[in-house]
Structures are given as C-alpha cells and as structure tokens.
Design a protein around this ligand. Structure first.
Ligand SMILES: [Zn+2]
Ligand SMILES: [Zn+2]
Length: 303
C-alpha cells in the first residue's frame, strides 16, 4: 500500500510541476497542449492514461503502478457480505496493516501472508527503525529485554473459510497458532522447551509482545495495541482453525476463563456474526488466548 501511496504522491507532484511550469512559461504554448494531453487520467486512479494498462478501473479502486486493480488490497478495503453460516470472509476486511499483510478470500479458504511486523512501537525493533522506542518497567524488578530483534518473516496462513468443529481436537503448535489483524502472530501459552512462560512475561514490550531468537515477534496475551485502537470487544485475529479471536469484553462484561470452555471460547452472536459463531476470547489469565487445543479443524501455516 505504501508504494502505491508514494506513487500517487509522485504522480500528483509531477502533474503539479507540469501545470506550474506551463503557467509560468509563455514560450511553451505549443507544448502546453501536448503536456495536457499526457496528463489525462480518465479513471482518476492517479495513473495517467498513457501509462494506464487498465484505464477504466472504477472510482476508489486501489491500483498498482500500471493502473490495474490490486486484488489483494480489495480484500482489505471492501468487506464481503455473506449469509452463509460461519463465513469468516465477512471479517477478512478487518485485517488492516497492509504494509505487512495480504489477505485473499478464496472459495473455501482464506490465505493470509504476513511479514509479522507490528505497526506499533516496540523496544524490540532495531534502533534504526522509526518504530523503535525504548521501554522499561521500573515497578517490575524482574523486567528485562531479551537479546532478540524483530525480523521480517514470511508466513502464509491457509485457513478454512467456513470453520468447522473438529471431531479430534488437535493441540495448538509451538510457533504461530494464528494471526492478528495487524499481521503479528499469536503463540500459545507455552514457552520454548526449557523456558517458563511466566518468566517470559517479564520480557514483553510496551504492547505485550516479544520476538523469538529467530526474530519472530508474537503475542501470548492480550495485544494491548489492538484493544487500545480497536476496542476491547473487537475482532482481533484468526486462529489456524479459522475461528475468530475477540477481545476480553463482550456486551460490556469482562469475561474470565470461567465463562469459556476448555478451548477458551464459546458460541454466541457477535457484532460481525449476528447469527452466532464459535469464537475465542482473550482473557487476563493463563492460558489467555486458547486452552491448548483447537476447537475446529486446523488449517496450516508455512514459513
Ligand atoms: Zn514467546
Ligand atoms: Zn463471546
């Protein structure tokens, strides 16, 4: 998305330069007409017709440098309406960190690619990154920063578009068990073998995430950036089985683990699914996001 915005800014700037130089220079009356002809942009997509392979895209369409519809961005800007049961295509458009994500809704799957780079500040970004911000917790004497740095990853999640309850519930894996709406992956309640998750809580940054020794940033608990900017009852991401994860509050009530089943969810209506759907909730207490097994049949993630 950023490259498109840059491109649009560039082309706007170029148009301005052409117009102002035309106006200022009386000697170029003849070339004025030629210049004007070259800046015609019939579909107003920021790509002049002479460079526009698709000169009739509809208004508001996100286009690539050839002026053609950028399909993956359509998914994240246009919400799909559907009356099919459990069709998570209706929430695919809530994925928003387009610099780090693509979301493609297929007939039976939803494919999400993620570079897993948070859109919020972190003490785990390299100091050269604009999103680097130092952080400490003076009131927590056990706080420490782990030696790892956030690295761009290359995850591809293939999730069922119509998630179904599993007959054999699989354990959640160590590593990504889902992906949040800003591209950051969810990990389960286990630390790496030999490590203690409760000890690792002391290494979480200003938005409650931290990177592995391979640089894979992740959330084990409530991603407070997302609940801060989107609200604490909102859709926050999908687990590998395709079922959605919501914030800790529902209908004005902060949920606890006692409100949820062993998988850490329940079936009820949500804002996005007025007919009801199974969904997970993040709570304040261990195991936070998921109880250790998927409720539904799992999709997969590759790296
Ligand atoms: Zn971790
Ligand atoms: Zn709920």
């Amino acid at each position: 998305m950023k490259s498109i915005i840059n491109f649009l800014a560039m082309s706007t700037l170029c148009s301005l330069i052409i117009i102002s130089s035309c106006g200022d220079d009386d000697d170029t009356t003849v070339t004025d007409a030629a210049d004007e002809a070259t800046v015609v942009d019939a579909d107003s997509d920021g790509v002049v017709d002479t460079a526009d392979t698709c000169a009739d895209t509809s208004e508001g369409t996100n286009v690539d440098e050839n002026g053609c519809d950028l399909i993956t961005d359509d998914i994240t800007t246009d919400c799909i309406t559907s009356t099919a049961a459990n069709d998570i295509a209706v929430i695919a458009c809530q994925y928003y960190n387009d610099d780090a994500l693509t979301v493609v809704v297929g007939e039976t799957t939803i494919t999400i690619t993620s570079t897993n780079e948070p859109d919020h500040k972190s003490m785990y970004y390299d100091t050269s990154n604009p999103l680097f911000e130092a952080y400490s917790e003076p009131e927590n004497e056990d706080f420490y920063k782990n030696p790892n740095k956030i690295t761009a990853m290359n995850y591809t999640f293939t999730l069922p578009r119509f998630p179904q309850a599993a007959t054999n519930n699989e354990d959640t894996p160590f590593g990504p068990m889902g992906v949040s709406i800003n591209s950051v992956v969810f990990y389960n309640q286990q630390a790496a073998p030999g490590d203690d998750i409760l000890e690792e809580l002391n290494t979480f940054d200003q938005y409650e995430g931290h990177p592995t020794n391979t640089g894979s940033y992740h959330y084990h608990i409530e991603p407070t950036w997302l609940t801060e900017i989107k609200g604490d009852s909102t859709f926050l991401g999908l687990l590998l089985d395709g079922f959605p994860v919501y914030g800790p509050v529902e209908s004005g009530v902060t949920l606890t683990n006692d409100d949820l089943d062993d998988y850490h969810g329940h079936t009820s209506a949500t804002t996005d699914f007025p007919e009801g759907i199974y969904h997970y909730h993040i709570t304040a207490d261990l195991p936070w996001i998921n109880g250790g097994e998927f409720y539904g049949t799992s999709g997969n993630v590759t790296q």
